[in-house]
Design a protein around this ligand. Structure first.
Ligand code: ZN
Ligand code: ZN
Length: 133
C-alpha cells in the first residue's frame, strides 16, 4: 500500500492492511485537530524522503512524525514495538479499508459521534490490553 504527504516529499510504502482505527484521546485530537483515523501498519513501513520528516517525541513511549515542508502527519510510532500507525488519509487507495475499532472512547468529546458499528475500548481497556498510549 502506498501513501504520501500533501506535498509528496515523503512517500510511505507498507504491506496490505485492511483496518482503520480511531483514537479519541486528547493528544491525538490536539495533534490531528480531531480523532486520529489511522491504519496499524506494524513495523514494515518503508520511507522515501525521510530527510523531510520531523519526529516529535510526544511521550516516553511514542513519537509523532510530520512532513517538515507541508505539515502532513505521517505516523504515530509506538517505540517499544516499532509499530507505525499511519493516518488513513495518506493512502492513495483506501477502498480496502474497514473502520473496525475506536479507542479512548471515554475521552471523546460530546460534539461528534461516529455512526460506524465498531469495537470500542475505553482508556482503561486500552491500557490493560496494549500498555500505554
Ligand atoms: Zn509534505
Ligand atoms: Zn490517541
Amino acid at each position: 500500500m502506498k501513501a504520501h504527504c500533501l506535498c509528496r516529499s515523503v512517500r510511505l510504502e507498507t504491506g496490505e492492511h485492511h483496518t482503520a482505527d480511531a483514537c479519541h484521546c486528547s493528544m491525538c485530537r490536539r495533534w490531528s485537530g480531531g480523532p486520529l483515523l489511522a491504519v496499524p501498519c506494524g513495523s514494515d513501513v518503508r520511507i522515501e524522503g525521510a530527510e523531510h520528516i520531523t519526529a516529535y517525541r510526544s511521550s516516553d513511549w511514542a513519537e509523532r512524525a510530520f512532513c517538515s515542508k507541508c505539515g502532513s502527519h505521517l505516523y504515530y510510532r509506538y517505540l517499544p514495538t516499532g509499530e507505525h500507525f499511519v493516518p488513513a488519509g495518506l493512502f492513495e487507495d483506501d477502498s480496502g479499508l474497514t473502520f473496525t475499532m475506536q479507542i479512548f472512547v471515554d475521552n471523546k468529546p460530546a460534539y461528534y459521534d461516529f455512526a460506524n458499528d465498531t469495537e470500542k475500548l475505553t482508556e482503561a481497556q486500552v491500557l490493560a490490553q496494549f500498555g500505554a498510549e
